[in-house]
Design a binder for this molecule. Structure first.
Ligand code: SF4
Length: 209
């Protein structure tokens, strides 16, 4: 039996909020309900220097220190070390990485979050249902999906080492550069031209203040 849909909100508003979140301006307020999929799906959590509350509560033996980067890897069974049956043991002090995670980005891009290890998240991703306030929002959504599909199908068209490969990279790139796929004739261009334009637009997005 198909899982009932879950309201993901209005697409245009979500896209605006997600792009702001990717620029570090604000979060997207994910309606997680009782889902804790991202806490049990094998993700490593980056702990930033400003995550002082989290850093004070996570025992050092759960952390990896790589140069200036601090990572909390998942346990062998995929659970975050801070996960408890009721949710997160440091919820009020969870790292910004956790606050920023929004699995609706996969639904927006029309892709799964990953392989079998991401099964719980994939169920949620497939259940999200965006609404569209107008034709522009619908076109934006179609462009995000077309961008993700292009990156999936033409990763070899990208310069070596530059192709977005994992699902999160593909979905985030799609949100950043979807405007390219609003152009009617874009898909008529050679894939390597489109791939170069994607990388350029993503670079401009990241550099914009
Ligand atoms: S720190 Fe808390 S919110 Fe973040 S992944 Fe772990 S259990 Fe989930």
């Amino acid at each position: 039996m198909a899982e009932a849909g879950i309201d993901a909100g209005e697409f245009g508003a979500w896209l605006t909020a997600m792009r702001a979140a990717l620029r570090g301006e604000s979060g997207t307020q994910v309606p997680c309900g009782d889902c804790r999929g991202c806490c049990i799906s094998g993700y490593s959590v980056k702990v930033r220097p400003e995550d002082l509350g989290a850093r004070a509560r996570i025992p050092d033996h759960h952390l990896l220190f790589r140069g200036g980067t601090v990572i909390m890897p998942a346990l062998p069974d995929g659970r975050c070390p801070m996960a408890i049956p009721a949710g997160c043991s440091i919820y009020a002090h969870r790292p910004q990485t956790c606050l920023d995670y929004d699995c609706r980005v996969f639904a927006a891009a029309g892709i799964d979050a990953g392989d079998a290890g991401k099964g719980v998240i994939n169920s949620r991703v497939r259940a999200w249902r965006f609404s569209h306030a107008d034709a522009d929002a619908l076109r934006q959504h179609e462009a995000v999906r077309a961008a993700a599909a292009f990156m999936r199908e033409h990763h070899q068209a990208f310069a070596e080492g530059c192709a977005p490969l994992n699902p999160m990279s593909v979905a985030v790139f799609a949100v950043k550069i979807y405007a390219l796929f609003l152009q009617r004739d874009v898909q008529a261009k050679p894939p390597r031209i489109i791939a170069a334009a994607i990388l350029e637009l993503a670079r401009e997005f990241d550099e914009r203040e």
